[in-house]
Design a protein around this ligand. Structure first.
Ligand SMILES: Nc1ncnc2c1ncn2[C@@H]1O[C@H](COP(=O)(O)OP(=O)(O)OP(=O)(O)O)[C@@H](O)[C@H]1O
Ligand SMILES: [Mg+2]
Length: 421
């Protein structure tokens, strides 16, 4: 779970800082940097799993377009991320080893720079650091030491003995040191990597959601909605009440679906999602509406015990009748960990972006829902006499005359007015 994120030199972010709770909604006009914010989270996640080249290639835009572009045609030399995060108390690796952690709050810093060598521009890690957040402590698990000719990145063992630290040359590193750890020999570093591996952006594709899925597919629902029938079949095999609970959730938002089930197509070796309407007619996912499929997928994420980490979701209002938005908000809030309740495991965070003034107004009606609302907007910073457009996210308050804090805020009515226009 991300509690704080600082971004500099990535797309529309310069000296950008934000503190986040488990459930966050970001409203804002077109082009204000909402999706760029998701891109930053996904890029960080991918950098914790794969090499720099692959992580950058998967992003929207070429690698040079990801560094902040200045009006004079130049772009930032480096991008820097500083993230504070919470991890689950226990971590497991792929070899069945599990460890309980001493620390669960961390700060991870990463700087990636464009460096020109022999006329060829390459991306390098120029800084990487991982520390637990503990007052008056000097414990560090990953650290970069700058040398005159080259920097070195150290991975420290749990006993913090510098003589046992694994040393990497920064100018040779094709991936982060964090991404190199895959077992419980370094349990804290692995826990951070595991948490970041589960930061994802959900982009449900109706065509994909309509498809059947192979019986032998993997455990999780894809970010495009793929593999939903197989995931549901696997959960139903583990928990006999899973499909009943799912049907109840779905029916709450979609009264014309009384139950959802999974059928096996033995000839094709596929699972098929089937819905039943109040008069008993059955419809497969291939004929279900786009909005219904999105709701079924979100309900599945809510109930899936294997779903964890940060889920970024674009415009949940799409395909939903405005009258149903209030129930949708409840579903969204249930997708995030509630710290008021008994400690929930695993940690889940939901970050949503929206264009909907109705969704924002409905959110404020629910005083029981703990949600942070931000308004994303561009502001101009003058650089070399030219104007650079940068993203700012300002907390939204319900009180029209809230001037109690020094932090700049916008009011609910201002945001609604803007989005309605
Ligand atoms: N490298 C960059 N440097 C500076 N600005 C950039 C860079 N890359 C993208 N942008 C700006 O970011 C804008 C896109 O922002 P983004 O996709 O986050 O908008 P959004 O808030 O999600 O909008 P929508 O609501 O339409 O989806 C582009 O229009 C461009 O102006
Ligand atoms: Mg967008």
């Amino acid at each position: 779970m991300i509690t704080k994120l600082e971004i500099d030199g990535f797309k529309t972010f310069e000296n950008f800082k934000i503190e986040l709770s488990p459930f966050v909604v970001i409203a804002g006009a077109n082009g204000s940097g909402k999706s760029n914010f998701f891109d930053a989270i996904v890029l960080l996640s991918r950098l914790a799993q794969t090499d720099i080249k692959t992580a950058f290639q998967e992003q929207r835009g070429s690698k040079s377009e990801l560094f902040t572009q200045y009006p004079d045609g130049n772009s930032a030399q480096s991008m820097r991320f500083e993230v504070e995060l919470l991890v689950d108390k226990q971590v497991s690796d792929n070899w069945g080893n599990t460890k309980t952690l001493d620390y669960t709050k961390f700060k991870y810093c990463l700087e990636i720079s464009r460096i020109n060598k022999n006329g060829l521009e390459e991306l390098y890690i120029t800084y990487e650091e991982l520390t637990p957040i503990i007052p008056n402590s000097s414990i560090v698990f990953i650290k970069t030491l700058s040398k005159l000719d080259n920097s070195e990145i150290y991975l420290y063992p749990e006993n913090l003995d510098i003589n046992q630290a694994v040393k990497h040359r920064a100018d040779k590193a094709k991936q982060t040191v964090l991404s190199s750890v895959n077992n419980t020999t370094f349990p804290h570093v692995l826990a951070v990597r595991e948490e970041m591996r589960h930061w994802k952006c959900l982009q449900l594709n109706p065509l994909t959601l309509r498809q059947t899925s192979a019986i032998q597919m993997n455990e999780l629902i894809g970010m495009d909605g793929s593999n939903l029938p197989t995931t549901l079949a696997l959960r139903a095999a583990d928990d006999p009440f899973f499909m009943t609970d799912l049907s109840r959730e779905v029916n709450n938002l979609l009264p014309n679906i009384v139950s959802v089930s999974i059928e096996k197509d033995k000839h094709l070796d596929q699972y098929v999602l089937v819905s039943t309407s109040p008069n008993g007619s059955k419809f497969s996912s291939q004929v279900l509406s786009e909005g219904s499929l999105r709701i079924i997928a979100l309900c599945a994420f809510k109930l899936d015990p294997l779903h964890k980490g940060v889920l970024c979701l674009e415009e949940p209002e799409n395909g939903i009748h405005p009258f149903k938005l209030e129930q949708m908000i409840q579903l969204l809030s249930d997708l995030a960990t509630d710290f008021q309740e008994e400690a929930e495991i695993p940690l889940r965070q939901l970050i949503v972006n929206t264009h909907s003034p109705v969704l924002i107004a409905d959110l404020f009606k629910h005083s029981d829902i703990d949600c942070q609302v931000f308004y994303a907007m561009l502001f101009s910073r003058i650089r070399k006499k030219q104007s650079l457009k940068l993203t700012q996210m300002v907390p939204v308050t319900n009180q029209d005359n809230d001037i109690s804090e020094a932090v700049r805020k916008v009011t609910l009515s201002e945001v609604k007015r803007y989005l309605e226009i």
